[in-house]
Write a protein that binds this ligand. Structure first.
Ligand code: IVH
Length: 705
């Protein structure tokens, strides 16, 4: 983890101090999570703290402490239930964060198992259920005891509550339907399972509770845990608890005992215990397939109605499991595969400001690189000065960063408890970092603007947008060329893109004949993309590719649009009065009108003839994304926003859940905003939605040659 380098930074404290602080924080959060069922931070945040502590403890063995929370098995026994000593220790699992870890895990198996066993080596992959571990005991077919895991050795007797779980058989049928077994059940059977709650049941419950002013739960897992540990089992009975079982601890008096985990699952099923059907078995010769199967666990998660916490890979043969044994509290024969989620914590080392093409000045976080969901993230948006002030984000803070729905990462919040006093507050600069003109704060919005039309950064961003894939798609031109040509003074207005001084470019480093030829072809080809793409390329506020498509469906050319009345534009479905106003006001500015005519003179097609070139995929920029809407939007009505999203391929739902990709939030946002913040759902303003920048930016990485 990159955390290591963070820790060495003098501002954050020397390692001994940091270790002490982390131990205290990790213990505190374990208590909140395991004992109170009321966590204060997300699992990802907790994992990061825990791993950082583990890494530091490995680095500084002299600072080991037998009472460190990394040594103690997580969990604790609350006083209110009778304690039960487990017959077999209920162990936990080591984690693999990515393919590399999985490969290493297999390498170790191959080293430890005798060579002649390698051909028999096989694995079972199953979902890692995100619930509460339970141990169930049956005697002569009767359910006699159910307990929580507790600390792995001593759990809590929650038998009455477990009896209320409908999927839990209270007696084992004498013969089963799958034909594996006919006759008496085993004399004693002890199994391990996971009690969980489906997401929709969780949300319905929380909604109901909120409406009557009662306690709500942070996530389905805590809901399941809290419900199982209610002292009044009558209340548990009203909770929608479900169960999966996945391990046999003990099976006495069964002649046909299983040889493999796969067979154990069949046994569990034959006892009427619920077994998840998503498990798969792989031979060692199918290792690549296994890797690809676990790598797709996010797909599985989105298909299933309950939360997954990753996948578990287990060595199938029980004989192999026995040979492999344990290290400390983790079996060597099983591993939990997780892909770091979409969140991580890292250190914010600086805050920079960027001038956008509309002149909006946005603060950005400079981060210590951190892997999130398979990508290394080193920058994230901070939206605007208010966002930073409201969340009290400071330079030097450890921050929670999220990549939700695969959009540009954002800083969710600082982790204040890790501050050591060396953090510095930040203020929006008074002048533009690019042209040094004074910045202006818009009175109606949170945004700050550079209002200098000649600002080089603004122009660079305009060019960058103009040439981008969703706009005029000039192959060979990207951020680098935009910066270079503006810097060199070759481009002073967008029209200059069509009269580049090729003879001067030839003299630039890295611009050989071939490259120039490609670039010239790219510029030439872009002239024929048509009016819709050109309208997008102009970068008018609120006018992204979807609005451009809606608008140009009503006009024959850009000059035709230039003479349109405000009312005519406002009547177009999906185009509210504010968008109409933005378009009209753009074309009322003389230099903008001149630009369009100039482009026409230079051979750029201003008509919609080019429509057939429009890339449907670009228009469907929100394809497959789920939205919720809250508050009053600045320009669109709810119905308009919904129509807009649907035209762009998205879906609008009435409530926010973990499946929501974006919350479109306006003024006086309601409880959905809190919920979205809690769940870490990306929050969009209307402007961000209309510009489609969130998606476009991600889909159009730098395409310079
Ligand atoms: S196997 C010794 N399989 O995850 C064998 N555990 O992080 C270890 N869990 O508390 C357990 N789904 O209760 C196994 N399919 C699954 C699981 C699973 C969820 C839980 C388990 C444990 C935690 C470990």
């Amino acid at each position: 983890m990159t955390m290591v380098s963070q820790v060495e930074s003098p501002e954050i404290g020397r390692p001994p101090k940091r270790i002490e602080k982390l131990r205290e924080r990790v213990s505190h959060h374990q208590y909140r999570y395991y004992v109170l069922d009321d966590p204060e931070i997300s699992d990802a945040e907790f994992d990061t703290l825990f791993r950082e502590l583990q890494t530091l403890e490995e680095q500084y063995p002299e600072l080991r402490d037998p009472n460190s929370p990394t040594v103690r098995v997580g969990g604790g026994v609350a006083d209110r239930f009778e304690k039960v000593t487990h017959q077999v220790p209920v162990l936990s699992l080591a984690n693999a964060f990515g393919d590399e870890d999985l490969h290493r895990w297999r390498d170790r198996l191959l080293r430890l198992l005798p060579e002649e066993e390698h051909t028999r080596l096989a694995y079972v992959v199953e979902p890692k259920f995100d619930g509460l571990t339970v141990v169930l005991q049956y005697e002569d077919g009767q359910f006699t005891l159910g307990a929580t895991r507790g600390d792995g050795e001593v759990g809590e007797n929650i038998t009455p509550n477990l009896r209320t779980v409908h999927q839990l058989p209270l007696r084992i049928p004498t013969s089963d339907q799958n034909g594996r077994r006919a006759g008496a059940p085993p004399r004693r059977l002890i199994v391990r399972g996971e009690v969980y709650v489906e997401e929709s049941d969780f949300h319905a419950f929380n909604r109901e509770q909120a409406s009557i002013g009662e306690r709500t739960y942070a996530n389905p897992r805590n809901f399941a845990a809290g419900s199982l540990r209610l002292l009044d089992s009558g209340v548990s009975a009203g909770r929608p608890l479900k169960l999966w079982t996945y391990q046999i601890f003990l099976e006495e008096g069964e002649d046909d005992s299983p040889d493999s985990h796969w067979e154990s699952l069949a046994h569990l099923q034959s006892y009427g215990l619920p077994v998840c059907r998503e498990s798969r078995r792989f031979g060692d010769d199918e290792w690549d397939e296994l890797i690809s199967f676990v790598g797709r666990w996010h797909e599985l998660r989105s298909r299933l109605p309950y939360e997954l916490d990753g996948m578990v890979v287990k060595v199938d043969l029980l004989a192999h499991q026995e040979q492999l044994g344990f290290t400390g509290k983790d079996p060597r024969w099983a591993v939990a595969f997780k892909t770091g989620g979409e969140e991580a914590t890292t250190r914010l080392t600086d805050i920079g400001v960027k001038v956008g093409r509309t002149g909006a000045v946005t603060p950005n976080a400079v981060l210590e690189p951190v892997p999130i969901g398979g990508v290394t993230v080193q920058a994230a948006t901070l939206h605007n000065a208010d966002y930073i002030e409201e969340l009290d984000i400071r330079i030097g803070d450890t921050v929670l960063v999220k990549r939700a729905g695969d959009v540009i990462p954002k800083v969710v919040r600082p982790i204040k408890e890790l501050r050591d006093g060396a953090e510095r507050s930040w203020k929006m600069p008074a002048v533009c970092p690019s042209c040094s003109e004074p910045l202006e704060r818009s009175p109606e919005e949170a945004a700050t603007y550079c209002v200098n039309n000649a600002c080089p950064d603004q122009l660079t961003r305009k060019v960058e947008h103009f040439v981008s894939r969703g706009a005029l798609d000039i192959v060979g031109m990207g951020t680098k060329q935009a910066e270079l040509f503006v810097d060199e003074g070759f481009v002073n207005t967008l029209a200059d893109i069509y009269r580049l001084p090729w003879e001067k470019i030839e003299g630039l480093e890295g611009y050989g004949e071939k490259r120039i030829e490609n670039l010239r072809r790219g510029v030439e080809e872009s002239k024929a993309r048509g009016a819709t793409r050109l309208l997008t390329a102009l970068g008018i506020r609120f006018v992204g590719s979807v609005v451009a498509e809606l608008v140009m469906a009503q006009f024959d050319s850009i000059p035709d649009l230039m003479s349109a009345e405000l009312d005519t534009l406002g009547e177009i479905e999906g185009v509210g009065p504010k968008i109409a106003e933005a378009i009209v006001s753009y074309f009322s500015v003389e230099p903008n009108r001149r630009l369009v005519h100039k482009l026409g003179d230079l051979g750029v097609d201003l008509t919609v003839q080019g429509r057939e070139q429009d890339d449907i995929e670009e228009v469907q920029s929100y394809a497959g994304k789920t939205f919720a809407i809250t508050g009053t939007l600045p320009t669109l009505s709810r119905a308009e926003a919904k129509a807009y999203i649907e035209t762009a391929g998205g879906r609008v739902t009435g409530s926010v859940s973990s499946k929501t990709d974006f919350l479109l939030a306006g003024e006086k946002a309601g409880s959905k905003l809190n919920k979205a913040q809690q769940l870490g759902v990306s929050i969009l303003s209307e402007e961000e939605l209309l510009q489609g920048t969130v998606i476009q930016r991600q889909e159009s990485p730098e395409r310079g040659l």
